[in-house]
Design a protein around this ligand. Structure first.
Ligand code: SF4
Length: 1009
């Protein structure tokens, strides 16, 4: 989108500096005007983290000159952090890939190739591997139509349109090993929030943080990792909010908080359990809210309970769950005690469960002083009033654990007890780290989800009817909207989008063409399968697992066993060059490697969805360098090539030959056409009840509510239905609201937010059962009984509230949590693998015993490789990985930029002064860190920000190691993930990066050993 020069200058001289609170003076104004005179301006979205800041790019003659914060953008209002400010060096960088590179088996170097040759050879490899390994049926004779020998990984930095196209092509090929970065960063967010509330995403959005009265930041360091988001934390603080930072380290975020509480890495459930107990013991809970909007009153099976740390019997590695259900009446309805007094009701079960989490025991587990625990409790629990709201911001300090799902569940329970879900300034806000990790998750680049969180079918589900039946929850409560009861409409519309006229009612809309997934094909399982030669070919788009995976020493060795590897990237990454890594012998590595040069964000067009679910469109400012091409162009050429090959013959060709792929634009594939397909269209003339409800074939479907299961609509992702309508591309909207008309800062006409442009999820819970706000100034919606509709933000379900103002039931009224079968948020969530309630367990590697039960670690925790764990006698120090503001994730997008490299040039490990003294290490020394997986040597950063914690009478040391580094780029350093274990969460399969054991020593110089 090109900005008019005059608009920009006006904004620059007024809005921008005013909002920043800076007076840059005449010299800066002159400099800016000089830059603007030289070029055109194009707005874009920052390619780094998922805050989704707007950037103005100034360019001329195909050259990018300058990047600065977009003053009109409602999230960053002109600000950018170090990474966003440096993005001009992504475009202008001699290290960028400009040619296709090819490494022949056993070769010691690259050869340059042209696109036709490379894509032809890749298509040939894909076909050869696929056809040799394709399974139409499994051992039991069930239809599976899949190949387990090709894996696809990528990519949270791709545009939504490329994500969608990648997933669609991979599924058509029968690929079941399909994953992306979200598995290893926030998959436990999806599993926990979906089980608690119905959807697995950030509940509110960035600007809304300013509406909070208390902000608790736990397991996250946004001042470093989401810097511009801190603007909204600061805004809340300016208005009187208290900010709490809970973290093993005193971080940059802690430095600007009102209250800091340390805790031992991996003990979040104990910490939050202590807050829950404190609230329940003192009655600091919103009982009316709980009765109206949660399952607090539901009666649980009286035999349910925790015994010796277990939620009942375990059979063949899984809980039998026989007592996890609710008591039901003769009609199948859940028995409910609205008074919350019945000893079997969820509220009382929760109370008993957390009764053990007293402050003294929590302090002994976490190492947090009791006085700090009390301060945190009293500060955060002060939001237990309808006129106050508190928000929880969290990230990978919470998610990357063997109990990551239950960590986030504990936040959900706390926030529900306080009535903090669905209100302005409330919620549970997952801080996502990549510009489009939300979108790539939404579009199903995960082995177990299709676009829109439809389930990937398994072999045991033979027909579409069975698939729909198995995926559609039922509810005996007539006031439950049961949003997933529309599953058939979303699934059939997806199949129609993918296979068009070939998907007919007679052939179950081509359901058989979807590959059937069985077992675990998650990120770690993928690399285990590569190591075992079950996967022979790997396609990567913008992923660097040789730095970002757990136990990367094994990842790098596993890559040697591939027949072929395709890496699409901007740079030579550690993954693409694994065959010439330090210590490798290229001549002995038979893998054929293709390195394809990709366009960067400012060189292509498409949308990205930020952490707050805002899908924002960005346009190209300059062309990609050399022969680099957009991801969509590469996928398009590959798809065309495969379609041609399979038209001439091959194993099970139909899903490929008949895959809809009509994206041709004037200059290659047109992302608008993909975006339209994602939104969906009518395939027949349709007349629906109601005024104006007539649509012709080809019209865009305006809302997912109009999708149908008879084949008359197609939609590539029902969740994005409404994003590209007859009114145009909603994601490209740029209208900023004024505070007078939009006091909550919803910015409903800026970009587009899923679902249906809703800004605050579950917003009807901000009102009582009759639709009246619990408190003015905290609810973003209200039901107007005279108008007969909700007003304010788009309501989370247009139905009336469940009660009339006279407290009688409204026959058409529905509960607030529409995506849950019972319509109420889940304090008690029996759908999860490791229990309906969070329970404290130690990490798989821990220096102390579990003080709450004899069950040391999560009994359901996933352990991908036996013998991978170390013991505390050899490795007594607790380690966690961390990030810095100047680098980004696996490092390729920052370690190749001179400005960022100058700021942080090498890897380091932060440790306490006490540990440094004990080990004879001085600040700036090189230290060797060992875990059961391997060892690395990095610089020592000795600070007072980490302190030994007193845990059950013992001093426990913790260290934090930055993980951005590897052997490629301008700045190199050893990778922290050499040390991390192959264990993880049972529900989300996220690895436990954030709590493991190590030991360290000062590097022995070569003459002394
Ligand atoms: S990295 Fe994140 S906070 Fe920094 S400018 Fe980009 S989007 Fe904004």
């Amino acid at each position: 989108m090109t900005i008019k020069r005059r608009t920009f200058l006006a904004a620059s001289s007024g809005t921008l500096f005013g909002l920043l609170g800076l007076d840059l003076g005449a010299s800066a104004a002159y400099a800016r005007a000089a830059v603007v005179k030289r070029g055109r301006m194009t707005s874009t979205i920052c390619p780094y983290c998922a805050v989704g800041c707007g950037v103005i790019l100034i360019h001329s003659d195909g050259q990018l000159h300058h990047a600065e914060g977009d003053p009109d953008h409602p999230i960053n209002c002109g600000s950018l952090c170090a990474k966003g400010s440096a993005m001009v060096q992504v475009a202008n960088n001699p290290r960028r890939l400009v040619k296709v590179k090819y490494r022949a088996p056993g070769a010691a170097g690259w050869e340059e190739k042209d696109w036709d040759w490379a894509l032809g050879r890749i298509a040939e490899n894909i076909q050869r591997t696929r056809d040799a390994t394709f399974q139409t049926g499994d051992r039991q004779g069930r239809t599976v139509n899949r190949t387990e020998a090709i894996a696809c990984l990528g990519g949270a930095a791709l545009d939504n349109e490329a994500c969608y196209a990648f997933g669609k092509l991979a599924r058509a090929l029968g690929v079941v090993y399909l994953e992306h970065q979200a598995r290893v960063c926030h998959s436990s967010t999806v599993t926990s929030l979906a089980a608690s509330f119905g959807r697995g995403a950030m509940t509110n959005h960035w600007n809304d943080v300013a509406n909070a009265d208390c902000v608790m930041i736990v397991g996250a360091n946004p001042a470093e990792n989401h810097p511009v988001a801190m603007k909204w934390v600061a805004k809340a603080r300016e208005k009187g909010a208290q900010v709490i930072s809970v973290d093993p380290r005193f971080t940059r975020t802690s430095a600007v908080a009102d209250l800091y509480a340390p805790l031992r890495a991996g003990t979040d459930i104990a910490f939050v359990g202590g807050l829950i107990h404190y609230a329940l013991e003192r009655g600091l809970v919103e009982k009316e809210y709980l009765a109206a909007h949660t399952n607090a009153g539901f009666l649980v099976d009286p035999a349910f309970g925790l015994d010796a740390g277990l939620f009942g019997p375990i059979h063949e590695g899984t809980y039998t769950r026989e007592h996890w259900g609710f008591q039901r009446d003769e009609q199948g309805g859940v028995k409910i005690d609205p008074s919350l007094e019945d000893p079997d009701c969820v509220f009382q079960v929760v109370k008993r469960h957390f009764a053990r989490y007293t402050l003294p025991i929590v302090s002994r587990i976490c190492g947090t002083p009791q006085s700090k625990l009390r301060q945190v409790a009293e500060t955060f629990l002060s939001t237990c009033r309808p006129d106050r709201s508190g928000t929880i911001l969290y990230a990978m300090g919470a998610t990357q654990h063997s109990h990551g799902t239950q960590n986030v569940r504990s936040y959900a329970i706390l926030q529900l007890l306080l009535g903090n879900i669905g209100v302005a300034g409330g919620g549970i806000n997952a801080l996502r780290g990549e510009s489009n990790v939300q979108g790539s998750t939404d579009h199903g680049l995960l082995f177990d989800f299709l676009p829109g969180y439809l389930k990937c079918p398994s072999a045991e589900i033979a027909t579409l009817a069975d698939y729909v039946a198995a995926s559609t929850p039922t509810s005996a409560d007539p006031q439950s909207a049961n949003g997933w009861s529309n599953y058939a409409k979303y699934a059939v519309s997806l199949l129609k989008a993918w296979w068009g006229s070939q998907a007919t009612k007679a052939n179950q809309f081509a359901y058989d063409w979807l590959p059937k997934c069985d077992g675990d094909q998650s990120h770690v399982a993928m690399f285990e399968a590569i190591d075992q030669r079950r996967v022979r070919g790997l396609v990567l788009l913008g992923q660097n697992p040789a730095v970002s995976g757990p136990d990367v020493g094994r990842v790098r060795e596993a890559l040697e066993k591939l027949d072929w590897l395709v890496a699409v990237d901007l740079w030579e990454t550690e993954t693409a060059t694994f065959w010439k890594r330090p210590g490798a012998t290229p001549q002995e590595i038979p893998t054929e490697v293709f390195l394809l040069p990709a366009a960067a964000s400012m060189e292509k067009e498409g949308s990205v969805t930020n952490s707050g679910r805002w899908a924002q469109w960005r346009t190209a400012a300059v062309d990609p360098p050399g022969e680099a091409r957009s991801d969509l162009w590469i996928l398009d050429r590959l798809a065309q090539s495969l379609k041609r090959r399979y038209s001439a013959g091959g194993v099970f060709p139909d899903p490929i030959v008949h895959l809809t792929w009509d994206y041709a634009g004037a200059k290659g594939p047109d992302p608008h056409l993909v975006a339209r397909e994602i939104n969906g269209q009518f395939l027949a003339d349709v007349e629906l009840p109601g005024p104006g409800a007539r649509f012709k074939a080809g019209d865009p479907v305006p809302s997912f509510a109009l999708l149908r299961d008879d084949g008359s609509t197609a939609s590539g992702n029902w969740l994005y239905c409404g994003s590209y309508t007859a009114a145009g591309n909603q994601m490209a909207r740029r209208e900023v609201s004024r505070v007078e008309s939009d006091p909550f800062g919803l910015h409903a006409n800026w970009a587009w937010s899923w679902p249906a442009n809703r800004r605050v999820l579950y917003n009807r819970a901000g009102c009582d059962p009759a639709g009246r706000p619990w408190a003015e100034g905290k609810s973003v919606v209200a039901y107007d009984w005279q108008l007969g509709r909700w007003i304010g933000d788009l309501p989370d379900g247009a139905w009336p509230p469940p009660q009339k103002p006279d407290a009688s039931k409204h026959p058409q009224g529905k509960h607030a949590f529409l995506m849950l079968p019972d319509g109420r948020a889940c304090l008690f969530a029996p759908s999860l693998a490791d229990g309906p309630l969070p329970e404290h367990y130690e990490p798989l590697e821990s220096p102390v015993a579990n003080l709450l039960s004899p069950q040391e670690a999560n009994p359901m925790a996933r352990q991908w490789r036996a013998g991978d764990l170390g013991s505390a006698d050899r490795y007594p120090i607790v380690a966690t990985t961390c990030r810095v503001g100047e680098h980004w994730l696996g490092g390729a997008m920052s370690r190749n930029l001179p400005w960022l490299v100058e700021l942080v040039p090498d890897a380091f490990c932060e440790m306490s002064r006490e540990l440094a003294q004990q080990k004879g290490v001085a600040h700036g020394d090189r230290v060797t860190i060992r875990s059961a997986r391997g060892q690395i040597t990095v610089y020592a950063l000795v600070t007072g920000r980490l302190k030994p914690l007193e845990v059950d009478g013992r001093q426990i040391e913790q260290v934090a190691i930055v993980w951005h580094f590897g052997y490629e780029g301008l700045a190199t350093g050893q990778s922290a993930n050499v040390l991390t274990p192959l264990v993880g969460d049972p529900e989300a399969m996220i690895p436990e990066y954030k709590a493991f054991l190590c030991d360290l020593e000062k590097e022995q110089d070569e003459h002394s050993s």
